[in-house]
Design a protein around this ligand. Structure first.
Ligand code: SF4
Length: 629
């Protein structure tokens, strides 16, 4: 039986990693290794085609499938590909000449809790939930041996029995993390996959997991698919794996996919190895990932290793909210804001080349516009960038499955489409429209606050002058401004009348219908658009708390050679010169609203400015750290 994986990845913009990259799909390695180690009779009867990694057009996908002639097409569902993948599978299935099976897995499938699953996903033959190794092996065994699948003899899988017109759902079984390395066991296959991406000139980010599962149950999270809190780990393989990835295959960008990196000493050993590789061999290793929630001593050690080796584009602190009551409402195990603040205050001055990003979530139970502003005020005042996410209702998270959560907090969700900044396309999901502590109007207020505080953080990062300003004064001026009224009206109209929750105008009211701006993830084009215009600059200048001359301050930011990001990306020098002349007076006055675009970076550029600085800085600091250690 021939198996073909279609990973349907999209090339990532240069925001977290360097260059055009994609997350290389590796599920096939896990499944193949599991079968080879546990299903000895089955293993030789399976043929594994080279997976398709990136998104193909319908025509190309059909052509590839016809050429490879598989018996089974396997796909993975995530929140970001759910809609486009389903639409594509519906379109291509009737075009494939052979009656192949389509098997899906991934965290976004809620087949175990959704009785109507196969009405929506009628084009799937089988859906795997939770860890899929055993379910996949059992399914392959049935097909190869020509047996009817039996839900009582299987686990973690479901299908629609057409003769009975009902869903067959096998029970859940925990599958521990593989003790053997799927990468080392199937090195040749993996090398082929790497080569395939390289020949397409696509950089690779490798998702690397040592620990499966998370011991916690934060209500918003689907890490465990709401099934178990067990964790298991593969031990003793990381060094051999890393040597193969980095030294033999030249892979140097990783997503460390454990829920709590730093929980184990081995994690710190791994980070130390990476640091030394960067410092001694200039390996340019970069990673992103989630650090341990509670082991603060390890956490701090991990941050230092990251800083010393410049192992990331940024430090990430996973906070969610500063308010303890809200953290309690979401069952968040955490060390609290004060401990996070202590870490920020230690790492920020120690590694000034690396920005600190603090992840927070809008739409949690207990939040109000006041508590949300308080959280934003507290976080942004530390000179960090808030990475704000809208609380998604993930199908298999405790928030979606717990009746108690639902009853206690009385959530109502919106399915209006939103704008995915990175991919520049619409996406849909469920996000909070109201709950016991906020209503629909409050959601809009909180969204506008998210955007303006993120814009302030961006402004602070990019300003060539380190002059202090009253950030609350800037927010108050914004809330009293025409810009606020335009943006609020635009978002409200789009939500109420067009079922879209994003902006179709920019900060200065300019038309962005064909290039919308995200309302729920402002850290990107939205923040760039908001903070880079004369009106925003005016709000900041007005609220300077030092004696710096306000007009000079404005001029310093308007002149391209002074305001570094503008310098990098090129500015309409005539326009900025004219603006700065207008403002070069003792008395600061509002800038006349420019017509046309009110921003200075292009949209593509807006996604990368931090990184261009960061990469140069990272190189410089690597050399400096090498000398320091
Ligand atoms: S948010 Fe992190 S700590 Fe909480 S359940 Fe998910 S993975 Fe675990």
């Amino acid at each position: 039986m021939k198996i073909l994986f279609y990973f349907n990845s999209t090339t990532l913009p240069d925001t977290i990693y360097k260059g055009a990259n994609t997350y290389i799909g590796i599920v096939n390695l896990y499944l193949k290794t599991y079968i080879e180690k546990n299903y000895f009779d089955l293993a030789p009867k399976l043929e594994w085609a080279l997976p398709i990694q990136v998104t193909l057009s319908d025509d190309d996908l059909v052509e590839y499938i016809e050429k490879e002639d598989p018996d089974m097409l396997c796909v993975s569902y995530y929140i970001w590909n759910r809609t486009i993948l389903s639409q594509q599978l519906k379109r291509i299935k009737p075009r494939i000449s052979k009656d192949i099976l389509i098997v899906a897995g991934g965290p976004e499938l809620d087949v175990n809790v959704n009785p109507d699953f196969f009405k929506e996903y009628y084009f799937l033959d089988y859906a795997v939930y939770g860890p899929g190794e055993q379910a996949f092996a059992q399914l392959c065994e049935c097909i190869v041996e020509g047996k009817e699948p039996n839900p009582f003899e299987m686990s973690n899988i479901a299908w629609h029995d057409k003769s009975k017109d009902e869903t067959m759902l096998a029970g859940f079984k925990y599958v521990p993390q593989s003790k053997v390395s799927p990468f080392l066991e199937n090195k040749e296959v993996f090398a082929e996959m790497v080569k395939d991406l390289r020949t397409q000139d696509i950089g690779i980010v490798l998702t690397y997991e040592l620990t499966r599962g998370c011991p916690y149950s934060c209500t918003f999270c689907d890490w465990n698919s709401g099934l178990t809190n067990k964790t298991t780990r593969r031990k003793g393989t990381w060094e051999q794996e890393m040597e193969m990835f980095v030294d033999e295959m030249g892979i140097n960008q990783f997503y460390l996919a454990d829920a709590n990196v730093g929980q184990y000493q081995e994690d710190l050993d791994l980070l130390e190895w990476m640091r030394d590789k960067n410092l001694n061999e200039n390996a340019e290793i970069l990673f992103d990932g989630n650090l341990s929630k509670l082991r603060k001593e390890n956490n701090l050690k991990a941050y230092h290793l990251i800083g010393q080796g410049s192992l990331s584009m940024h430090f990430v602190i996973s906070l969610q909210d500063t308010n303890q009551d809200i953290l309690k409402n979401i069952d968040r195990p955490d060390i609290g804001w004060l401990e996070h603040r202590r870490i920020i205050r230690e790492i920020k001055p120690a590694y000034p080349h690396m920005p600190v990003d603090v992840q927070i979530i809008q739409g949690l139970p207990g939040q109000t516009p006041d508590t949300w502003r308080q959280t934003l005020t507290t976080v942004v005042a530390e000179g960090v960038v808030p990475l704000i996410f809208m609380s998604e209702l993930l199908a298999t998270s405790p928030a979606a499955r717990s009746a108690e959560y639902h009853d206690n907090f009385n959530f109502k969700y919106s399915t209006s489409v939103r704008w995915f900044d990175q991919h520049q396309e619409e996406f849909s999901g469920k996000f909070p429209e109201s709950c016991f502590s906020f209503d629909r109007e409050d959601v809009i207020t909180m969204t506008l606050l998210s955007c303006v505080y993120t814009a302030i953080a961006w402004f602070r990062n990019f300003s060539p002058l380190n002059e202090p300003f009253d950030q609350e004064g800037v927010v108050d001026d914004f809330l009293a401004s025409e810009n606020y009224k335009w943006l609020r009206k635009n978002l409200t109209d789009n939500w109420d009348h067009r079922d879209k929750y994003y902006y179709t105008i920019g900060f200065m009211g300019e038309d962005r219908i064909s290039e919308p701006l995200s309302a729920c993830t402002p850290n990107g084009r939205t923040a760039s658009n908001w903070c880079q215009n004369s009106r925003f600059l005016y709000f900041v200048a007005k609220n300077l708390t030092s004696n710096y001359h306000k007009s000079k301050y404005i001029k310093a930011h308007l002149w391209p050679q002074s305001f570094v990001p503008l310098d990098i990306y090129g500015v309409d020098a005539t326009r900025t010169k004219q603006l700065s002349l207008e403002l070069a007076q003792d008395e600061v006055k509002p800038v006349a609203e420019p017509k046309g675009p009110g921003f200075l970076l292009t949209d593509e550029e807006a996604m990368v400015p931090q990184n261009l600085h960061r990469l140069d800085e990272i190189k410089r600091r690597q050399q400096q750290n090498k000398a320091d250690i």
